[in-house]
Design a protein around this ligand. Structure first.
Ligand code: NAD
Length: 325
């Protein structure tokens, strides 16, 4: 296991530059893991954050951690696959912070009971999986986008003078009205066997993101997706401690050109960039944040991995326990 695992972008909230000052945002699944680290990072960047999660104590703890560090955060308990939750999280953000600028659609609860091919998966498991993986992101945008429009750009945004190169018309387009970041996965780009629901759902997030980018660009709202590689979260670390060993973790790391797996801060950094004013001309992209894992030719990796496995016959990973395909 890696030592001194830093789980999130825990920079000094009081001293850090604040490119998101004056903005308010929602992070779904913002209690733990990638969402937890993202909530802390966006708060460090100056945004007021509403955490929406099904685990109340962890949501409360993360909000308190942000407040203790000098940021602004609150939380709400709810399953974001439910329409009433999507609606009320947007209302709560607007009630509490007066606006909505940022929507990070990250929540997912794992694939227990949803594994298998199209032959294995029960129709109810398909529906509930798609409702959370894809449906929640649709609902978040359905209620979030009108609230972003109503909020307009933040007071801190200075509309540029609209003339000169590339600016042919007198009226500037709508700008800095909102940012949506949808969390896909390397599983949305590359398929793992016997994981129909997750793989199809994460691939659908790519299409949903591109569609939303086209639909909401004219409103001044950018929509991008991130495809994380293997990110060790609080839960992932506990799973590795239980089911894996150092040699097994090393096997994982060898599949990454940068020779490490990720931590939530790696994803939070990319999300913070998409939300920043610097990213205003970027929309509809799917950014792999995966240490290069998804650009390697697989057949070479297999041959390199063979030697490692032969040299480490006692390696254990979560795959050995039938957890994943
Ligand atoms: N960890 C990885 O290796 C990895 C890789 C690629 C993509 N992802 C994606 O990143 C996102 C976050 O994953 P993570 O690894 O941080 O998971 P995690 O389990 O550590 O955290 C997920 C958070 O979402 C919450 N949540 C679950 N279901 C919810 C629901 N219905 N409504 C509201 N909140 C809910 C959980 O309580 C938890 O706080 C997911 O979309 C996941 O598919 C993770």
């Amino acid at each position: 296991m890696p030592s001194n695992l830093k789980l999130a972008g825990d920079r000094e909230i009081m001293t850090h530059h604040k490119p998101l000052a004056g903005r308010a945002g929602i992070v779904t699944g913002g209690a733990l893991g990638i969402g937890g680290g993202t909530a802390r990072r966006l708060a460090a960047d100056g945004a007021e954050i509403l955490i929406v999660d099904i685990v109340e104590d962890a949501a409360q703890r993360n909000a308190q951690r942000i407040i203790d560090a000098g940021g602004a955060a609150s939380y709400m308990v709810g399953d974001v696959a439910q329409e009433d939750v999507a609606k009320s999280m947007v209302e709560k953000c607007v009630d509490e912070y007066g606006r909505l600028d940022i929507l990070i659609q990250n929540a997912y609860g794992g694939s227990v009971g949803r594994d298998g091919s199209a032959v294995d998966v029960e129709p109810d498991a398909w529906r509930s999986g798609m409702d959370l993986l894809v449906g929640a992101q649709f609902l978040g945008a359905k209620y979030g986008v009108p609230a972003m429009e109503a909020s307009g750009h933040p007071d801190t945004f200075e509309v540029p003078e609209w003339k000169g190169a590339g600016r042919r018309h007198g009226v500037p387009p709508k700008m800095e009205v909102g940012r949506i970041v949808n969390i896909s996965s390397v599983h949305g780009l590359l398929q793992a066997p016997r994981a129909l629901v997750y793989e199809a759902g994460k691939a659908a997030v790519v299409g949903l993101t591109r569609q939303m980018a086209v639909d909401f660009g004219p409103l001044g709202i950018t929509v991008n997706a991130i495809a994380p590689g293997h990110i060790v979260t609080e839960r992932g670390e506990a799973m590795w401690a239980e089911l894996g060993n150092d040699a097994g973790f090393g096997l994982f790391e060898r599949h990454y050109p940068v020779r490490r797996t990720g931590v939530p801060a790696d994803i939070a950094n990319a999300i913070a960039f998409f939300c920043s004013p610097d990213a205003s001309f970027i929309t509809g992209v799917v950014l792999p944040v995966d240490g290069g894992m998804s650009i390697q030719l697989q057949e070479n990796i297999v041959m390199h991995t063979k030697d490692y496995i032969v040299a480490n016959p006692d390696l254990r990973t979560h795959f050995d326990h039938g957890r994943l395909g």
